[in-house]
Design a protein around this ligand. Structure first.
Ligand code: HAM
Length: 406
């Protein structure tokens, strides 16, 4: 018996309707705000992610599905995220020539070799947006507004926006050094992962969930909470916060929010649910002003986010299969299929019996799946009319003309 691999799942039956509803809401929200859809390949050259996401991150070091393309020694990776791919497409198709901003949205599967648990899978879907070409904080506000509008459309409450500014590369590097120096005396007390992070990516220590590490962080609070970003970065952050205030978007400032990907500069944000347990982040994003250049393009500011679709699915009110307009009830399958064809051509949702079921069984099926039963049996065929039974009111009436069914 071959089963789906751990950390992957089949999405079908009732769940697929919630899923489709989320995808439709993403399309509507993002397109209404002027983002155009982009579909990038599911696999890319491994180097794209090594350079893009950063070689000190968990994603690069532990989580990538990397393999050799058949009949070559080219290294290929299933995308662990989509920002690097969208940036690659932006550069490859010379979109830098277009007048800014360039705005994209996407919806698709990502792959990370993580330990599966509730809300964490090895193949998961993201819905996200990326915006290129605007360095002003208005773009950060627009992107956060888009995320919040989308979550609103899904009817989600109990969500918290967390916000931080990492500063530009210079601020980040100064902060990194001072965090490192502050932690150095306590290094023995920290978990093994943080000992590695200390060398490779000390800022990641700030969001370690290990209790011992948290205790050390408390001891260096004055360094963590010191005001380290430069005046320009500060102005950017203050303006962003004032836009969010104007939009009435509530946020919590979290100095420990550093995000797990290396490309961020200045704004970082996450949106968390209070009802999701340990994997509480439904959305993560921020500004990445150096990534286009790092991947070989012209210096181009950019900002975006991605949301985990499985996590959204767990939060929304469950959706049902849409009701059919008609279930054709007939013991004459050749007539039923022809009528279904005519009605579907006119845009009606129609099904009929394919399994030679008895009339009463067909009516039962109709009452579960359709708004109306459309009866087309011997009597109707002889008399050239249709009988329609409204399944909500149980009222039955005769229709003489096909057009009246539309
Ligand atoms: P990320 O924080 O790695 O950011 O992922 C974004 C969201 O994807 C998370 O908040 C979570 O909801 C979902 N997610 C991540 N990993 C898993 C998993 N293993 N199972 C289920 N859901 C998961 C990024 O990927 C960035 N590319 C976001 C971004 C776009 N930043 C700028 N633009």
């Amino acid at each position: 018996m071959i089963k789906a691999k751990r950390g992957t799942k089949d999405i079908f039956k009732d769940e697929i309707y919630s899923w489709q509803w989320i995808e439709d809401a993403a399309k509507e929200t993002f397109q209404n705000a002027g983002f155009a859809e982009i579909k990038t390949p599911i696999f890319e050259a491994t180097e794209l992610f090594n350079r893009g996401v950063g070689d000190s991150t968990d994603i690069i070091n532990k989580e990538m599905y990397t393999f050799c393309a058949p009949k070559s020694d080219e290294s290929i990776t299933l995308r662990p995220e989509n920002t690097a791919s969208v940036v690659r497409a932006y550069i490859e198709h010379n979109m830098q020539r277009m007048s800014p901003p360039s705005k994209f949205w996407y919806f698709g599967p990502m792959f990370r070799y993580e330990r599966p648990q509730a809300g964490r899978q090895r193949q998961f879907y993201q819905a996200g947006v990326e915006m290129f070409g605007v360095k002003e904080p208005l773009a950060d506000a627009e992107v956060i507004l888009c995320a919040v509008d989308f979550l609103d459309k899904l009817g989600l409450s109990n969500l918290e926006v967390e916000l931080n500014s990492l500063g530009c590369n210079e601020c980040k590097s100064e902060y990194r050094n001072s965090i490192k120096e502050a932690i150095r005396p306590y290094l023995d007390e920290m978990c093994d992962d943080c000992k590695v992070r200390f060398e490779k990516n000390p800022l990641r220590i700030l969001d370690c969930k290990n209790d011992e590490c948290k205790k050390v962080l408390e001891k260096i609070n004055d360094v963590i909470y010191k005001d380290y970003i430069c005046d320009n970065c500060k102005e950017h952050y203050e303006k962003l916060k004032s836009y969010l205030d104007d939009l009435n978007i509530k946020y919590i400032e979290n100095k420990l929010l550093v995000r797990g990907l290396d490309y961020y500069t200045r704004t970082v944000f996450e949106i968390k649910s209070t009802s999701l347990g340990s994997q509480s982040a439904v959305c993560g994003g921020g500004r990445y002003d150096n990534l286009v250049e790092t991947l070989g393009g012209m210096p181009t500011p950019a900002v975006g986010f991605a949301m985990g679709v499985e996590r959204l699915c767990a939060l929304i009110e469950k959706k049902q299969a849409p009701m059919l307009d008609y279930y054709i009830v007939s013991t004459k399958p050749n007539e039923a299929i022809k009528l279904a064809q005519k009605l579907r051509k006119e845009g009606k949702k129609v099904e009929f019996d394919l399994a030679n079921k008895k009339f009463t069984k067909q009516l039962e099926k109709a009452s579960k799946t359709a708004n109306c039963a459309l009866i087309l049996d011997e009597e109707e065929i002889q008399g050239n009319f249709y009988s329609v039974k409204d399944l909500k009111t149980s009222e039955q009436y005769r229709i003489d003309n096909f057009k009246e069914l539309l």
